[in-house]
Design a protein around this ligand. Structure first.
Ligand code: SF4
Length: 475
């Protein structure tokens, strides 16, 4: 599938400055015919040349929307493959370092998955009952397998909506290849561990009894990302002790106990926005790849941004400026990613199912504050003090207190304007039912929700009840 081309020795002899100067000149010369994309986990040197930096889905979308003929994808194999699958006719996708793979994607080879499917087929007609859902961090062949069997691709940002989509069509799901993203998403949706099972690919029937397989609602493949499984519950405890008042945000590829103990979790894109939206002076500890954490710290000098623990993705780090120069010196001739036509056709079905996902529906049962009813505030009482408000805030995930302490707010992020509008309508309907109304501000890809109790010109428990209810609109 890949046209392997080793880096010629002459590139190793060039000074970094010389390489950077040459890249800049080529970029200027190729102009709009060239698009350089860099994943958030790439080194600062690579990111400095990127036209766009983002997570894997954002980068694939960017590639498919681009007019450029040559797209240099600074990331790992599966990302460049996804870009090629979604690319327009005539676009060439190149990967600067062909050795940059993803160990997690390699944990679900097409041979292993087909063998698992054949074993499961011996238990019944699974094409009618079992839906394959694969994380975008997977090979093109695995995406094609999902497309062929009516399944879907998901990202860490839309895994919950993908599970809704799958369960609307079939009664069971096999989630590939990241068991942690699968398990964390299932838990968010109220699917307990007794309804799930792990498939160990090297054992017959994944190491499970046939009865257990028939009972299971979700089968998790036994893949994981070693960069994110490095974070532990003990790291979160240590951070809480050393930085009281600090927020902890982690990636959903982390183990479940880490997610449960943190303040928020989401895709790399979510983490970037979480830090950007936090008030100046915030302390935020981040459980994801160290290059991104370091860059966020530099970009937000007014906030204390720290790694929960240092964890580097060696594959993402493989791409150096010399690799970038090599592919730019030979535009479209080396390191070209070409997914065979039939695999592209089938993988596109599963990717398109993901791109067509509607806004996730409410599924999470309401508990705690979210389960309480708003009781009308008649005034005549004092608003909450800042200390009281902060203690309530810990029950309203990802909400922030305004500087004057009289309101709370949260910015919700979406893929486009219409999703922001749909969400705002849901918030409006909820406000009508509960009799307590927020201020809404909507823009492309976001909806900012602010609560305050007008009668007391400050905060009341009702504001936090509503914040928790609004959170529950997104499972
Ligand atoms: S961070 Fe994890 S999932 Fe991402 S490329 Fe590296 S190994 Fe793969």
């Amino acid at each position: 599938m890949f046209m392997v081309h080793n880096l010629p020795a002459e590139y190793e002899k060039l000074s970094t400055q010389e390489i950077k100067d040459r890249i800049s000149r080529i970029k200027n010369r190729l102009g709009k015919n060239l698009l350089i994309l860099a994943h958030h986990y790439q080194s600062d040197d690579i990111v400095s040349f990127a036209d766009f930096t983002g997570d894997s889905l954002e980068l694939s979308r960017k590639a498919s929307q681009s007019e450029a003929n040559l797209i240099v994808f600074c990331g790992v194999h599966f990302m460049a493959e996804a870009a090629h699958i979604l690319a327009r006719e005539g676009q060439t996708i190149v990967l600067p370092d062909l050795d940059a793979g993803c160990p997690m994607a390699d944990m679900a080879s097409i041979g292993e998955v087909e063998s698992a499917w054949a074993q499961l087929t011996s238990l019944g007609d699974i094409d009618k009952t079992l839906m394959p859902v694969t994380y975008i961090n997977s090979s093109a062949e695995l995406k094609a397998f999902c497309g062929k069997h009516g399944g879907i691709v998901c990202t860490s940002a839309n895994a919950s909506a993908a599970l809704d989509w799958a369960f609307a069509r079939r009664s069971k799901v096999v989630f590939l290849p990241d068991q942690h993203l699968g398990r964390n998403t299932a838990e968010l949706k109220g699917i307990g561990s007794e309804e799930t099972i792990l498939w160990e690919s090297f054992l017959p029937f994944g190491g499970n009894s046939q009865d257990a397989l028939k009972r299971a609602k979700i089968i998790f493949w036994n893949g994981h990302c070693h960069v994110h499984t490095r974070f532990t519950y003990e790291h979160v405890q240590k951070a809480r002790k050393n930085y009281p008042g600090g927020k902890i945000v982690v990636h959903p590829e982390c183990p479940r106990e880490v997610i449960r103990a943190s303040d928020a979790s989401g895709s790399t894109g979510f983490i970037v926005r979480y830090v950007a939206e936090a008030p100046e002076g915030s302390t935020i500890l981040i459980g994801t790849e160290i290059n991104l954490v370091g860059r966020l710290a530099k970009a937000h000098p007014g906030k204390v941004i720290l790694p929960l623990e240092r964890s580097l993705c060696p594959n993402m780090f493989k791409t150096g400026v010399e690799d970038l120069l090599f592919v730019l010196d030979n535009p479209g001739k080396v390191n070209v990613i070409q997914v065979p036509a039939e695999i592209t056709r089938q993988a596109k079905i599963a990717l398109q199912n993901m791109l067509d996902l509607p806004m996730p529906a409410q599924k999470t049962p309401l508990t705690g504050l979210a389960g309480k009813k708003c009781l009308p505030c008649q005034g005549g009482i004092s608003p909450m003090t800042r200390v009281q408000a902060e203690s309530f805030l810990s029950q309203a995930r990802d909400w922030f207190l305004s500087e004057d302490g009289t309101s709370i707010y949260k910015k919700f992020f979406f893929h486009d304007f219409s999703q922001s509008m749909t969400f705002a309508q849901k918030v409006g309907q909820l406000a009508e039912i509960e009799g307590h109304h927020p201020t809404l501000s909507i823009g492309w890809g976001y909806c900012l929700v602010t609560f305050r109790t007008g009668k007391i010109k400050g905060l009341h428990e009702n504001d936090f009840i509503m914040a928790a209810k609004v959170n529950a609109l997104i499972p």
